[in-house]
Design a protein around this ligand. Structure first.
Ligand SMILES: [Zn+2]
Length: 166
């Protein structure tokens, strides 16, 4: 199982379709918001998407749940849960929905942490990093019982990789 997770491209063109073409074998493409594209923009076509604070249009939902194999994921942009402060509220919201993992964006800081039993993952921003890390997106893979999160830069080179314990 392979999911590609992207966030906060903030109107950067072509990168979303680029990512799709590099990871054609993925089961799912997820956009965590702040593309600043129209809901029906062709660049977003392959992505399951949620609303960022810079996205407009009532078709965008604020959060979604995705279930595949033993993964039950809560996906949301993060601004509604004050993720810039800490990830307690998003972890709580995910746990209430019986999710074991939460994907969020908004902070433009790539991060993996476990809070109250929920693994909270931010793929970083593919357009504008706000940390010492470069601009990134993430690929989440599950093989048997092993989950791995891999971070890629704009050139689709691996910059970081971590085992995710659920
Ligand atoms: Zn945002």
């Amino acid at each position: 199982m392979k999911w590609v997770i992207v966030s906060d491209n903030h109107n950067m063109k072509n990168i979303l379709t680029d990512i799709v073409s590099v990871h054609e074998d993925a089961d799912l493409f997820i956009h965590l918001g702040d593309s600043e594209f129209d809901y029906h923009d062709p660049e977003l076509k392959r992505y399951i998407k949620v609303a960022g604070n810079c996205d407009f249009g009532s078709q965008f939902e604020s959060s979604k749940q995705i279930q595949m194999q033993h993964i039950n994921a809560f996906i949301t942009h993060g601004h509604l849960y004050q993720v810039g402060r800490n990830r307690e509220r998003i972890a709580e919201a995910a746990a209430l929905e019986n999710c074991n993992i939460a994907f969020y964006g908004h902070t433009h800081i790539k991060r993996v942490e476990t809070i109250e039993g929920v693994v909270c993952i931010n793929p970083g921003s593919i357009a504008q990093s706000r940390s010492a890390d470069t601009e990134t997106y993430a690929v989440f893979t599950v093989e048997k019982e092993n989950q791995i999160i891999t971070f890629y830069n704009q050139q689709h080179e691996i910059v970081d990789k971590e085992i995710v314990l659920l």
